[in-house]
Design a protein around this ligand. Structure first.
Ligand code: DGL
Length: 235
């Protein structure tokens, strides 16, 4: 049994890193779908088609458990993938809004792709967790994931400086990195908003994967080091 992990590109590697730390005995297949990057500005139908092709590929490689290492694909089509592939277990990645609320941060900025920001799932998570004395600002970061994928530093800096300027007087104390590409630019974000604590959900995803492996009786019995296969599609 392999564990499939996918994203629109390099972002999912930030989740993979935590998965390998948490479950070094497991075999992983990572699928970075650079051909279809970015996901964050696509329609739900397009995303379902693209992600279904990935799930078909991973199923051929014996991946019962599939980690959607992408907030966009999780918030926009995880439920439909669960319906379409009832024999798979899908573990999703969602912006760590619950962590921000549970830790009593007062002014939280959620940075994510436009598709994640507009998703019903994210709005549900906010409604379920926010308390009266808390503010949550949802920021659609047009082009940011793509700029990270292309390593376009000027564009990354431009987007970050605009966001920092817009929220400069909101006393932001936490920033949710709601796209798996964003941990790659943690240091840059921190330079713009040094008072804020940065939160991302990768460790939670790794713990949930462990939990699902146990629940489904799929945890490898021996403790030998697992394998890692990495596939990137090209434009
Ligand atoms: N890394 C992805 C996410 O977490 C998607 C970025 C993109 O392709 O737009 O949302």
């Amino acid at each position: 049994m392999n564990i499939g992990v996918f994203d629109s590109g390099i972002g999912g590697l930030t989740v993979l890193e935590e998965l390998v730390k948490e479950l070094p005995q497991c075999n992983f297949i990572f699928y970075g779908d650079q051909k279809n990057n970015p996901y964050g500005e696509k329609s739900d139908e397009e995303l379902l088609k693209i992600t279904s092709e990935i799930v078909d590929y991973l199923n051929e490689k014996d991946c019962k458990i599939i980690v959607i290492a992408c907030n966009t694909a999780t918030t926009r089509c995880r439920n439909r993938l669960i319906e379409k592939y009832p024999d798979n277990v899908f573990i999703g990645t969602v912006p760590a809004v619950k962590v921000a609320c549970d830790n009593n941060f007062k002014n939280t900025l959620v940075l994510a792709t436009p598709a994640t920001i507009e998703s019903e799932r994210l709005h549900q998570i906010v409604d379920e967790n926010i308390r009266e004395d808390q503010n949550i600002y949802l920021v659609p970061c047009y082009g940011l994931a793509d700029a990270i994928e292309q390593n376009d530093v000027d564009k990354i800096e431009r987007i970050l400086s605009e966001i920092a300027e817009e929220y400069a007087n909101k006393e932001i104390d936490s920033i949710v990195l709601g796209c798996t590409h964003y941990p790659f630019i943690k240091d840059r974000i921190a330079r713009y908003m040094p008072e804020a604590v940065l939160l991302d959900g990768s460790k939670g995803v790794a713990r949930e994967t462990r939990h699902q492996l146990t629940l489904n009786d799929l945890m490898p019995e021996d403790n030998e080091k697992g394998t890692l296969e990495v596939v990137f599609t090209k434009k």
